[in-house]
Design a protein around this ligand. Structure first.
Ligand SMILES: Cc1cc2nc3c(=O)[nH]c(=O)nc-3n(C[C@H](O)[C@H](O)[C@H](O)COP(=O)(O)OP(=O)(O)OC[C@H]3O[C@@H](n4cnc5c(N)ncnc54)[C@H](O)[C@@H]3O)c2cc1C
Length: 394
């Protein structure tokens, strides 16, 4: 008899947990369960579709699915198709890797208007998540406010600002690409509540904003003064100094010198949104769409003996894909020690009918074949019904 472990959530932290478990004890059976018929979590649904290099990690994840004792179980939502109690009873240990993707609220009047979108809903639409097939109506959108000073804000601004040619090799869903290309966009405001020195952009992503074909990035020079170089540079301080240098370069650019202008605005907190106008602590800004990129919260899961958490479900919505590796490996070691002290449970297979790795490979094959015909990495299937039919080979 071998121990059975359920990993709930087949995003990066779930895959790294499976990898860690197999390193700690190759003699285990692992079920990697996801509510979607596709694995990879936010690497598929969140990471920007024009950053294919970042998405390449999925090849490593798919190799794990080829291991004989790892089973992908897609289209099973814990809490809906199986209760958490059933999972706990059916497995010797449970690892919760469900992530955290409920958009955080700004808490300002007007936030519930249809012109205000959370970044998750927005990127999930661009990335073809089957629960988010409807994007914002961009047909009249000329001015967009992107609220937040992290990499997700840069992703959103860049994806709106890039030309159709620049997106040609991405796996953005075609309807979203067409809606962006047809929008009469002229201005994108990236708004930070605090000063430029506090922005958490990574320098490479910020520098990319200076190399866009149809958009020019600008910043107010006055907002970038008064930050002398630190005497004891840590990597974090070096990143901030590099960002300030990049932004100072943007301050020399001329607004309007390309069809779209991306304005970096700092020390401006949102106060209210009224149809067509975002009120900031620094004044009023006419905008047609607001996209908030201010972080996420998640759903609760039972904390009980034999239940371990990894990734964003454990740490909250921070850290990149590689951050999850060390974290999941450490938790996997704890799980292996915990299991060692217990006899394996016996009982029937706890899983109902699911989409297995073969089903996912059928989806993958259909998507990459459709992509190849257009010179793209893939064209995603975005409809639940189609995903399930293709996975089942019907
Ligand atoms: C917009 C965006 C862009 C990003 N870009 C980058 C980037 O460029 N580079 C980088 O390194 N990192 C990036 N990140 C961060 C990276 O995506 C995360 O670090 C990572 O995905 C977290 O992994 P996770 O496994 O904890 O969660 P997730 O990736 O969210 O995976 C959770 C999985 O659990 C499943 N699930 C949820 N609830 C249930 C349930 N009840 N039952 C069954 N399954 C369930 C979900 O379907 C999902 O597949 C980005 C994040 C976002 C939001």
């Amino acid at each position: 008899m071998t121990h059975r472990v359920a990993i709930v959530g087949a995003g990066p932290s779930g895959f790294y947990a499976a990898d860690g478990l197999l390193r700690a004890n190759p003699d285990l059976h692992i079920d990697l369960i996801d509510r979607l018929p596709t694995p990879h979590g936010l690497v598929r649904a969140g990471v920007a579709p024009d950053h294919q290099g970042t998405k390449a990690v999925t090849r490593q994840f798919d190799r794990l699915l080829a291991q004989p004792d790892v089973r992908f179980a897609g289209n099973i939502e814990i809490g809906r198709d199986l209760s958490w109690d059933e999972v706990r009873t059916g497995y010797d240990a449970v690892i919760v890797a469900t992530g955290m993707v409920i958009d955080r609220k700004l808490g300002i009047p007007g936030e519930d208007q249809p012109q205000v979108w959370g970044s998750w809903r927005f990127v999930a639409w661009l990335n073809g998540h089957p629960d988010f097939r409807q994007g914002p109506d961009l047909s009249q959108v000329r001015r967009v406010a992107v609220i937040g000073n992290g990499n997700v804000a840069l992703d959103v601004a860049r994806l709106l600002a890039k030309s159709a040619e620049e997106m040609a090799k991405s796996d953005i869903v075609p309807t979203a690409a067409a809606a962006i290309a047809a929008a009469p966009l002229t201005d994108i405001h990236v708004i930070g509540r605090r000063g430029a020195e506090h922005a958490s952009f990574t320098s490479n992503e910020l520098a990319e904003m200076g190399r866009l074909a149809r958009a020019v990035s600008v910043a107010d020079a006055a907002a970038l003064e008064g930050h002398p170089p630190a005497s004891d540079p840590t990597p974090e301080r070096l990143r901030k100094a590099k960002n300030l240098e990049i932004l100072k370069g943007f301050a020399h650019n001329k607004p309007g010198s390309k069809p779209v202008t991306v304005h970096f605005r700092f020390n401006a907190a949102p106060v209210a949104f009224r149809s067509g106008e975002l009120e900031l602590t620094t004044g009023k800004l006419p905008v047609d769409l607001v996209i908030t990129c201010i972080g996420y919260t998640g759903e609760d899961f039972p904390k009980a003996e034999g239940v371990f958490a990894v990734g964003w479900a454990k740490r909250g919505p921070s850290g990149t894909i590689p951050t999850n590796r060390a974290d999941s490996h450490a938790v996997a070691k704890d799980v292996a020690v915990w299991l060692k002290a217990r006899d394996p449970k016996s009982g029937p297979d706890p899983l109902p009918l699911c989409i297995d790795a073969d089903g996912w490979h059928r989806i993958d094959k259909a998507e990459t074949a459709a992509g190849a015909a257009q010179g793209r990495p893939r064209v995603k299937l975005t409809e639940w019904q189609t995903l399930l039919e293709v996975a089942q080979g019907t």
